[in-house]
Design a protein around this ligand. Sequence first.
Ligand code: AMP
Length: 279
Amino acid sequence: MKIISSPEKMKAFVAETKAQGKTVALVPTMGALHEGHLSLIDKAKSIADVVVVSVFVNPTQFGPNEDFDKYPRQLEEDASKCEARGAEAVFAPAVSDIYAPDASTYVVEEQISANLCGKSRPKHFRGVTTVVAILFNIVKPDFAVFGEKDAQQISVIKRMVRDLFMDVEIVSSPIVRDENGLALSSRNKYLDTVERVGAARVHRALLEGKRLSDEGCTNIDRIKALVINSVTNAKTRVIYVEIVDAETSLPVNEAIKGKTRISIAVWFGQTRLIDNILL
Ligand code: AMP
């Protein structure tokens, strides 16, 4: 497996791969890889000949008071996990390889990004769409695989790909959870042992909401109230609970119909967790 940091070398690797008639799938990550990320590699391997995993903690998607500096970085460990899982290359550029000091161009999706996480993290999705567009331009993947844990991110990226006629197929992959139901996340590293068990409340609250919906309730306010009540305790602060369209992630404000999901973001102590469940 190759570890590549230079965008030019990455382009050359992909050009060589494609010249052999092989397809390429990209798995974009910020590293600190866990089983959730690795399941995306499995998915990527099932649809393409060659899998490239990018590991890049992208500064433009963090707000000024967020955890960019303390975000876990462990490239060697990540690379061995990718190799064990059968990836052909890890693309791990430095910030200066991706952004010129005077970079002044962004990709902005304006509708989906304005909701849910976009409300409390105003420039987050601008950073995501920009870096994903840059990665697509460097790697030119046939497929890019994203996790449903970040369902709004997938909706935003699909919209960007559609609107800008990008030549890549976006593939989603299910949420991987630990034994308590907590969705795996690199940020779970910030939780201590007790908090980690407690954070499973988030998934349990979503299951409660789904149960109410499965019983036939289509009243959004009732479902949201149940989820909020189930998750709230001394350690949690709910940022949002929304019922959203499963494809676009846009909030549904009248009675539930069609394919929807419940999306949630909570502060659990000092850690911001997100999760969702399909209804
Ligand atoms: P991140 O490194 O957190 O930016 O995530 C990189 C990719 O991994 C994104 O597409 C995430 O949605 C996906 N991912 C993160 N956690 C999980 C999980 N628990 N299950 C499935 N995919 C995940």
